[in-house]
Design a protein around this ligand. Structure first.
Ligand code: ADP
Length: 461
C-alpha cells in the first residue's frame, strides 16, 4: 500500500476542528485518494483525517496541513514529518465512547443537541481528541475517544451511538507544547538538549561518558515563559511534571518543609522520568548570608541533600526559575547541582509577533464573517483562496503593527492584550442580558470578530 512522508503545517484558519487534512494533487495521486477519502496519519501516534485539496500556493512542497487536534492525535508539531497512507475500508462506527475534559465536566452536551450533527462523517481513531462545536462562544469542547465499536471503525455517521462517559476525565489538548512558545528559539534548543535529550536518550550520555544535568536554572523577568518552557519540555519528553512555587514549600512548622521536599523528590523518582519545576527558587534558597530564618537554612540544606541524592541521572531533572539569579545560594549553583543556566529574556519584535500569533490563533479577526459567508456561497477555489490570503494578510498586518508598538511587553503582557481585545469584541455583540440565554444564537456567533480598534483600545488599558 503506498505510503508517503509529508511535512506537517498548520491548518487554514477556516479548517479548525473539521478533521480535514489538506494535501496537494501530487500527494493525492501518490496515495491514490480523492477529496473526501480517509487517510491514516502517523507521527509519534496515529490518527485518521479526511483528505481535502490544498490551495495552489501550497503545491509541490510535500506538506500536509492539519489542525491542532489532528496534530495532537498524531503527536506532532508543525515542521515534524508524518507518514500518510490511504484508509482502504471506511468502516462506520456503531458506537463511540467519549470522555469529557476535566474542566467542563459540568457542561455536558445533551445527546439530542443539534451540534452533534457536526460529528457526522467525522473521522475517528481510538484515543483521538475530537472537537465538538457548540453554539457557545469560545473554542469547541474537546472529547477523548475512549472506545470504538467495531474496533477498526474510522468514521462516525448518523447511526453512530455516542456514549458520554463522565466517570473518567482527561486533560484536553491544553497540554502545553513547544508550539505554544513564541520566540525563545535558541533558549528552547538549549533546554531541549539539556533536558529532553537525556530523558529520551539516556544511552547517548552513557555512551559518551558524560553526565546529564540534574539542575537547570532559568532566569529572567516574570512573564517571559519560564514556566511555559518547563511544562512544554515535560510534555514533549513524556516526563512526569511536578510544579511547586518556592513560597509554598516554606512552612513554619518544624520539619514540614523538608518533608514536603522529600515527598516531591520521592514522587519524582517513582514516576521517573520526571521534571521538578521550582518557581521562585530564590525564595526558598536565598544566599545564606541573607537568611536569618532557621527554616530557610534548613530548606536549603534539604534541597542540597535531595539534589546530591538524585541517582537516576538524567531521569529526574530539577528546573529552577528565578528573576534574581544572584540572590540564590551559591552552594546551589555548584557543579552537579543547578550548574546550567539559561537566560529567558524580554522578547524582541519578531518574537512578540510570534507570541501574538500564538495567543490569537483561535480568534476570528475582522473579515472572518465575510469569509464564512463567502464560503457558504460555494465560490470557485481561486476566489476563496484569494479571500483567505487577503484575510491572513490583513490579520498579519495588524499583528505586526501591535508587535512593533509593544516594546517592553513580555509574553504574559501580550497574552493579556489578546485576551482583553477579545473580551472587547465579545462585549460589542453580547449583552449582559444574553448571558441567561441557554444558547447564543448562531448569527450572533458568526458576527463575532476582533477588530483593530479592539486591540488598540486594549493596549491602552
Ligand atoms: P514566567 O514563568 O517566566 O514568569 P510564564 O511562563 O508563567 O512566565 O508565562 C505566563 C503566561 O504568559 C503564559 O502562560 C503564556 O500565556 C504567556 N507567555 C509568556 N511567555 C510566552 C512566550 N514566550 N510565548 C507565548 N506565551 C507566553
Amino acid at each position: 500500500m503506498p505510503e508517503i512522508t509529508l511535512k506537517v503545517d498548520s491548518a487554514y484558519p477556516e479548517d479548525q476542528g473539521n478533521g480535514k487534512a489538506r494535501l496537494d494533487p501530487s500527494a493525492m495521486q501518490a496515495l491514490n485518494v480523492s477529496p473526501g477519502d480517509l487517510v491514516r496519519i502517523t507521527g509519534k501516534t496515529s490518527t485518521v483525517a479526511k483528505v481535502w485539496r490544498s490551495f495552489e500556493s501550497d503545491w509541490n512542497m510535500e506538506k500536509i496541513r492539519i489542525d491542532k487536534y489532528t496534530r495532537a492525535n498524531a503527536s506532532v508539531n508543525p515542521g515534524d514529518r508524518v507518514t500518510v497512507e490511504k484508509v482502504e475500508e471506511e468502516i462506520p462506527a456503531t458506537s463511540v465512547t467519549l470522555v469529557s475534559p476535566s474542566e467542563i465536566s459540568a457542561a455536558f452536551p445533551d445527546e439530542e443537541d443539534d451540534y452533534l450533527i457536526s460529528l457526522i462523517n467525522f473521522p475517528v481513531s481510538l484515543d483521538d481528541i475530537i472537537p465538538i462545536k457548540t453554539f457557545h462562544p469560545g473554542p469547541p469542547l474537546e472529547f477523548k475517544v475512549s472506545a470504538i465499536e467495531p474496533e477498526n471503525a474510522c468514521i462516525l455517521n448518523k447511526m453512530t451511538e455516542l456514549v458520554f462517559n463522565d466517570d473518567d476525565e482527561f486533560d484536553g489538548t491544553k497540554a502545553i507544547t513547544y508550539e505554544d512558545i513564541g520566540g525563545l528559539k535558541g533558549e528552547l534548543k538549549r533546554v531541549r538538549e539539556m533536558i529532553e535529550l537525556p530523558i529520551r536518550h539516556p544511552e547517548l550520555f552513557e555512551t559518551m561518558g558524560i553526565e546529564p544535568p540534574k539542575g537547570v536554572l532559568l532566569y529572567g523577568p516574570p512573564g517571559t515563559g519560564k514556566t511555559l518552557i518547563a511544562k512544554a519540555v515535560a510534555n514533549e519528553s513524556g516526563a512526569h511534571f511536578i510544579s511547586i512555587a518556592g513560597p509554598e514549600i516554606i512552612s513554619k512548622y518544624y520539619g514540614e518543609s523538608e518533608q514536603k521536599l522529600r515527598e516531591i523528590f520521592e514522587e519524582a523518582e517513582e514516576e521517573a522520568p520526571s521534571i521538578i519545576f521550582i518557581d521562585e527558587l530564590d525564595s526558598i534558597a536565598p544566599k545564606r548570608e541573607d537568611v536569618n530564618g532557621e527554616v530557610e537554612r534548613r530548606v536549603v540544606a534539604q534541597l542540597l541533600t535531595m539534589l546530591d541524592g538524585i541517582t537516576d541521572r538524567g531521569q529526574v531533572i530539577v528546573i529552577g526559575a528565578t528573576n534574581r539569579p544572584d540572590a540564590i545560594d551559591p552552594a546551589l549553583r555548584r557543579p552537579g547541582r543547578f550548574d546550567r543556566e539559561i537566560e529567558i529574556g524580554v522578547p524582541a519584535e519578531a518574537d512578540r509577533m510570534e507570541i501574538l500569533q500564538i495567543h490569537t490563533k483561535d480568534m476570528p479577526f475582522e473579515g472572518m464573517a465575510k469569509l464564512k459567508e463567502l464560503r457558504s456561497s460555494e465560490p470557485s477555489e481561486t476566489v476563496l483562496e484569494k479571500a483567505l490570503a487577503d484575510y491572513e494578510a490583513s490579520r498579519d498586518k495588524l499583528l505586526w503593527m501591535l508587535a512593533s508598538q509593544a516594546k517592553g511587553f513580555v509574553g504574559a503582557d501580550l497574552a493579556a492584550l489578546a485576551r482583553e481585545a477579545a473580551i472587547r469584541a465579545l462585549r460589542r455583540q453580547i449583552d449582559v442580558a444574553d448571558i441567561d440565554n441557554e444558547k447564543i444564537p448562531e448569527e450572533v456567533l458568526r458576527k463575532l470578530e476582533v477588530t483593530t480598534s479592539d486591540f488598540i483600545l486594549a493596549s491602552r488599558e
